[in-house]
Design a protein around this ligand. Structure first.
Ligand code: OSB
Ligand code: MG
Length: 368
């Protein structure tokens, strides 16, 4: 396939509720949507970079720069035989996994539409629905937290993940565990601790957590390996795993027992497939993380989560947990604690261009 035109929309999507993590509060999700046009069809992707370099070094601004000024010139005039050629074509660009992943996602969607195949089919999905978990931000106090968690449990979410940070960890976790003794529960620190907090983190061992996600700095594989030896609770890595190579290193070092896969963070769907195959080979459980995606990114996550190695509930919640109005139709609904895998060609969702334009703060078009 040849790409004729590529476009970007920078959108600001108001969240239904502020999302608070150890690195701050988000009221609006800033996202970069990518479209690629070729063969008379349009494919869409979403860049998961945020407004600032807090979760990862990338931002929507660096992603736009890298896509427009470096990635598109590398794709210029190329006849792309398969979406899995993208990583090779973009290999001269060091880093910037989220920028590369967004382009690859749009090419997969286009490819699926060209061949009338759903992304799930193309990737080798073995499920038609995936178990939904929910990631609960830091709340103003414990009674609010118990209400928020209770409401998600009532809706049928199969696993709750609590965002934690120093000062918001043992007590909130204890309160949720006491009120919901059987609830599959995990915590995510978004790198808010240091190895000096080891003794404190050990206190979490008594709450039968499924895992503790990314307690230390994203660069600290060695610290996580030492922690993993000291804790009973399995360590899961998120931010630290930004490439298949890094996933392999983390497993070799014993830095984690579980991997949160985000296709954007690891450099795209091809890279995510590589990590998937490595994890299956080694018996390492995977689950699909989220980045508060719009329906476009969510459709991709749901398809990925339908692969055989994804065996734990995901950070894939219903659309109404994030947005009142999404840029893709139909909205994802929670059905019996699951999200259904789209079956239509490509991502299997319809883009609502009116909403894309309404939520846009800037857009760019490039002729290839
Ligand atoms: O660390 O998993 C994370 C959202 C934005 C950035 C990082 C993370 C998250 C979440 C929310 O935890 C997951 C979701 O429901 O999309
Ligand atoms: Mg995380």
């Amino acid at each position: 396939m040849r790409l004729e035109q590529v476009g970007l929309y920078l959108v600001e999507m108001p969240l239904v509720a502020p999302f608070v993590t150890s690195f701050g509060e988000e009221r609006v999700r800033t996202a970069l949507l990518v479209w690629v046009r070729g063969e008379g069809l349009t494919g869409w992707g979403e860049c998961v970079a945020g407004s600032g370099p807090w979760f990862s070094p990338e931002t929507v601004g660096t992603a736009r720069h890298v896509i427009a000024d470096f990635a598109l010139p590398l794709l210029q005039g190329k006849d792309i035989a398969h979406p899995q050629e993208l990583p090779g074509l973009l290999r001269p660009i060091r880093g910037h996994p989220m920028a590369k992943a967004a382009l690859e996602a749009a090419v997969w969607d286009l490819w699926g539409k060209m061949h009338s195949q759903s992304l799930a089919q193309l990737l080798g999905a073995v499920r038609d629905r995936v178990p939904a978990g929910v990631s609960v931000g830091i709340q103003k106090d414990i009674s609010t937290l118990l209400n928020v968690v209770g409401s998600f449990v009532d809706q049928g979410y199969q696993r709750v993940k609590l965002k934690t940070k120093p000062g918001w960890d043992v007590e909130p976790v204890r309160a949720v565990r006491e009120k919901f003794p059987e609830l599959p529960l995990s915590v995510d620190a978004n790198a808010a601790y240091t190895p000096a907090d080891l003794a404190h983190l050990k206190e979490l061992d008594k709450f039968r957590l499924l895992m503790i996600e990314q307690p230390f700095h994203y660069d600290d594989l060695w610290g996580h390996a030492r922690l993993a030896r000291e804790l009973q609770t399995p360590v899961c890595l998120d931010e630290s795993i930004f490439s298949p190579q890094r996933a392999w290193e983390a497993l070799e070092l014993g830095a984690c027992r579980i991997i949160n896969v985000k296709q954007g963070r690891v450099g795209g769907l091809s890279a995510a497939l590589e990590i998937h195959n490595l994890a299956v080979e080694r018996g390492v459980p995977l689950w699909c993380g989220g980045m508060l995606e719009t329906g476009l990114g969510r459709a991709l996550n749901v398809a990925l989560a339908a692969l055989p190695g994804f065996v734990l509930p995901h950070d894939i919640s219903a659309t109404d947990r994030y947005y009142r109005e999404d840029v893709a139709h139909p909205p994802f609904k929670l059905e019996d604690g699951h999200i259904r895998v789209p079956q239509g060609p490509g991502l299997g969702v319809e883009v609502d261009l009116e909403r894309v334009v309404r939520f846009s703060v800037a857009c760019w078009t490039y002729r290839m």
